[in-house]
Design a protein around this ligand. Structure first.
Ligand SMILES: NC(=O)c1ccc[n+]([C@@H]2O[C@H](COP(=O)([O-])OP(=O)(O)OC[C@H]3O[C@@H](n4cnc5c(N)ncnc54)[C@H](OP(=O)(O)O)[C@@H]3O)[C@@H](O)[C@H]2O)c1
Length: 262
């Protein structure tokens, strides 16, 4: 894996914080992007304590002016970014037919448009240098049909594969990380009840990130950490779409019942 400066969106919590930590351990300097200024400062202080140089950019990635500032940092050829981790994101619970589409609009801005803009900004500089890595954090939910979040993450995986095709032969690796359930602030922030999820299906963000970075080294375009999830996703990806919809419907209705009783 190329060494240098890594820019991690959502690098202050959960999976993004684990990426920042692991990349620092592997000798990279960092640029962290998130909204909460205090958390950016405290995460940066921890990473500086590991001997790394750390910049922070306070930005709301649902705001297009803020996204343009981050894109400008990625295009700064004087301090080139070698690794981009498009990780910032959140759960979406609303119905697809809600009149108020605010939550979905924000989801599409942060998890689709921002991923598109920042990937392009990073890739233009990396192509000139003939090296670099782009990791887009997608989800196994993208292989299912469970509402707006599934649709958004299906786009992230498909976009990443398309980008990998477009950038083949340029020296840039492109990887979609598709995690299952990971213990982070994600579920609590979205108000998602996760009590009924079997403990065997929970992943630990540190381990997840190590597997992903090893997959990047191997040139994998889709990284699905753990054998258990790889087996489940193999079945889903080879099942008839009608079966995928049936499984998605059963999982969604189980979640709705739990929300009513919980
Ligand atoms: N946890 C899971 O089970 C799971 C499974 C599959 C995929 N994922 C994906 O993994 C990624 C990371 O999620 P996580 O589980 O680590 O969640 P998390 O612990 O809630 O962390 C989310 C991070 O994203 C940042 N963020 C959120 N909205 C933002 C915005 N509008 N602008 C800038 N930064 C923003 C947050 O910082 P601020 O609040 O300070 O902005 C925080 O650093 C997401 O893309 C998620 O969809 C998670």
């Amino acid at each position: 894996m190329a060494m240098g400066i890594a820019l991690v969106t959502g690098g202050t919590s959960g999976i993004g914080a684990a990426f920042a930590q692991e990349l620092a351990l592997r000798g990279n300097d960092l640029v962290l992007v998130a909204r909460d200024r205090e958390r950016l400062d405290s995460t940066a202080a921890t990473l500086r304590g590991m001997g790394r140089s750390v910049e922070t950019i306070a930005a709301d990635l649902a705001n297009r002016d803020d996204v343009a500032r981050v894109a400008a940092r990625l295009e700064d050829l004087d301090q080139p970014i070698d690794i981009l981790i498009n990780n910032a994101g959140f759960g979406i619970r609303g119905s697809l037919i809600d009149v108020d589409t605010t939550e979905l609009d924000r989801g599409i801005e942060v998890m689709c448009r921002t991923v598109l803009v920042l990937s392009g900004a990073a890739a233009r500089g990396m192509r000139v240098r003939g090296s670099g890595h782009i990791v887009n954090v997608s989800s196994t939910a993208g292989f299912l049909t469970m509402g707006g979040y599934s649709a958004i993450k299906a786009w992230v995986t498909s976009f990443t594969e398309s980008l990998a095709v477009e950038l083949k032969g340029t020296g840039i690796s492109v990887t979609a990380l598709c995690p299952g359930w990971v213990r982070t602030e994600f579920h609590q922030r979205a108000g998602i009840q996760s009590g009924s999820i079997p403990s065997a299906l929970w992943l630990d963000s540190e381990r997840l990130v190590k597997v992903c970075l090893d997959d990047v080294d191997k040139g994998k375009v889709i990284s699905i950490p753990t054998v258990r999830y790889r087996a489940l996703m193999f079945l889903l990806r080879h099942a008839p779409r009608s079966a995928v919809r049936a499984v998605s419907g059963a999982l969604s209705s189980g979640r709705r019942k739990q929300a009513v009783s919980g």
